[in-house]
Design a protein. Structure first.
Ligand code: TRP
Length: 412
């Protein structure tokens, strides 16, 4: 029998993300994101292609009703634009039942950039409003398999990045952070779930989902089971005992293939499917078509940048939707849809009214590019300064606390 049929994976085979049906199609998978459009990826099309659901007004209203809190600006402004089963999680929460959050980071470079913070800022908000446990996976194993770095280096980077993550303000009573390389060998239940997942997925299926080929190393082929395992509460007995607690995963839309696979195997393991809430991509300074690259320091603002570097990079590199001369700009106005400084403000300027005023004034030509950039520079300088202060306070002892397998402040 064909494997897809045997395992009922019809869902997965349809959603192969590497297939391009026409030349103009955006490419979105865990290793590659690209588009030809100046306004960036077409997220509406992506929702259709991936078969996820749109974060619409109704869902946002439910968030507010259920939590009694104003929705986060990243939710209201459509940065978290897509989801799977968010309503199920909200129903569950409304009935007073628990869930947990799971997110992660592949530690491929020393310094993270502001785009990497988005998902963690939002996850922290979710943890605060729902008061739930959170597990954060540092996939040092993944980065060693995919990049030209040693295990030791990947493991070191995991802890360097963990400092930046801790600096986002997570509650240590409610958060467990782990390096795959250090944790998995200590936790038989995690490994058992990995093997259970491995038993459900064939090579054919991962080829279809992730595009693996004959010359990929075998570590890559089994890695999806490692990223899937934290979606199940039974992988963390010290937090959840034996309880089967539903999971919500905030992640970049590029990580969806991993969790489509996870959701597919969950019922066969008698475990709840993880719910997801997907984030759009953070654009490079040079524009929405270009890629941010950790090796090119000028494509983004890094958490290690000095105040002066922030100012210079934005002034020099942030792609402008403004006109060539002041006269033309006053006459024709700027284009917020392609202007990177404006885009960045939608991520980091919390004040809705101020943002709307800036949009109006820039579009009409009243606000010049230099003035718009000045606004962004101020916001990022203060964000990064605060981040650097908080990171400096993350000592080895603090890291140890977050990364020790332990019971959190919840009873299961
Ligand atoms: N693969 C992700 C990366 O390269 C890291 C990761 C692991 C992750 N588990 C996750 C991201 C869960 C989001 C949610 O960055």
């Amino acid at each position: 029998m064909a494997n897809g049929v045997e395992h009922g994976l019809s869902d997965l085979s349809l959603s192969n993300t590497t297939v391009k049906d026409d030349v103009e199609e955006d490419v979105v998978n865990p290793w590659n994101v690209s588009t030809k459009s100046a306004t960036g990826i077409d997220y509406g099309k992506l929702i259709k292609r991936f078969g996820s659901s749109k974060v619409d007004e109704e869902l946002i209203a439910r968030f507010e009703k259920v939590t009694g809190k104003r929705a986060h600006h990243l939710l209201r402004r459509g940065v978290f634009f897509s989801h799977r089963d968010m309503h199920t999680i909200l129903n569950h929460y409304e009935q007073g039942k628990p869930f947990f959050l799971y997110t992660g980071r592949g530690p491929s470079s020393e310094s993270m950039h502001v785009g990497h913070l988005i998902s963690f800022i939002f996850t922290k908000w979710l943890q605060d409003v729902f008061n739930v446990p959170l597990v954060i996976q540092m996939t040092d194993d993944e980065k060693c398999l995919w990049k030209d770095i040693t295990l030791e280096e990947a493991n070191r980077l995991a802890y360097e990045n963990a400092k930046d993550i801790i600096a986002c303000g997570f509650d240590k009573e409610k958060t467990f952070i782990f390096s795959d390389l250090d944790f998995i060998g200590q936790c038989p239940e995690f490994y058992r779930n990995m093997v259970r997942i491995q038993k459900c997925v064939t090579f054919n299926q991962v080829k279809g989902i992730f595009g693996f080929g004959d010359s990929d190393v075998i570590g890559k082929i089994s890695f999806p089971s490692i990223q899937a395992a934290p979606s199940f509460s039974t992988s963390f007995p010290f937090i959840f005992n034996k309880a089967k607690v539903p999971c919500l995963i905030p992640c970049g839309i590029d990580q969806d293939p991993y969790f489509r696979m996870t959701r597919d195997v969950a019922p066969r393991l008698g475990l709840p499917k993880p719910a997801l809430i997907h984030c759009s991509f953070f654009p490079a300074l040079q524009g929405a078509q270009t890629k941010m690259s950790a090796s090119d320091q000028n494509t983004s603002i890094f958490l290690t940048d000095t105040q002066k570097q922030i100012k210079n990079k934005i002034n020099k590199y942030a792609f402008s939707g403004g006109q060539a001369t002041v006269e033309e700009h006053r006459r024709l106005g700027g284009n917020c849809d392609v202007d990177i400084s404006y885009q960045y403000l939608t991520f980091f300027l919390e004040d809705d009214e101020k943002l709307e005023q800036i949009r109006k004034d820039y579009t009409s030509g009243e606000l010049l590019t230099g003035e718009l950039k000045k606004e962004l520079i101020g916001i990022l300088q203060s964000l990064i300064a605060t981040h650097q202060e908080r990171r400096a306070k993350v000592t080895e002892d603090v890291i140890k606390e977050f990364t020790t397998p332990r019971k959190l402040k919840f009873n299961f």
